[in-house]
Ligand binder design. Sequence first.
Ligand SMILES: [Zn+2]
Length: 116
Amino acid sequence: MTAPYTCEQLGNQTALTFPGKPPENIRAALKARGFRWNAKNRLWWRRGVNGTADFLTWLDKQYEPEPLHPCRRKLDSGQQCGQPARVRSPGPYTMILCGACWREYQDAQPSQYVSK
Ligand SMILES: [Zn+2]
């Protein structure tokens, strides 16, 4: 997967373009690195190109897909489901469930406990 942004170095400036508004943690990191939002050209820019490679490495990591884990749900047979699963956070705790088990879990919950 390619990270959804483009980086250009124009003279002594670095410009980053995202297709939409980047997530909060990325906007915070951009600001911390001295990038400023240019609304007219719809890009993030800063003077200087030093450290850009490190920042782009960090940025790429943010867009890597979440690693898959085996689904932790215990089936009626006593075995673990084991399908490729993601980390789900339905409340104060975290569960690792595949898509099918996650839908079953959500269906089994009173609607006020299912957010997002
Ligand atoms: Zn499962």
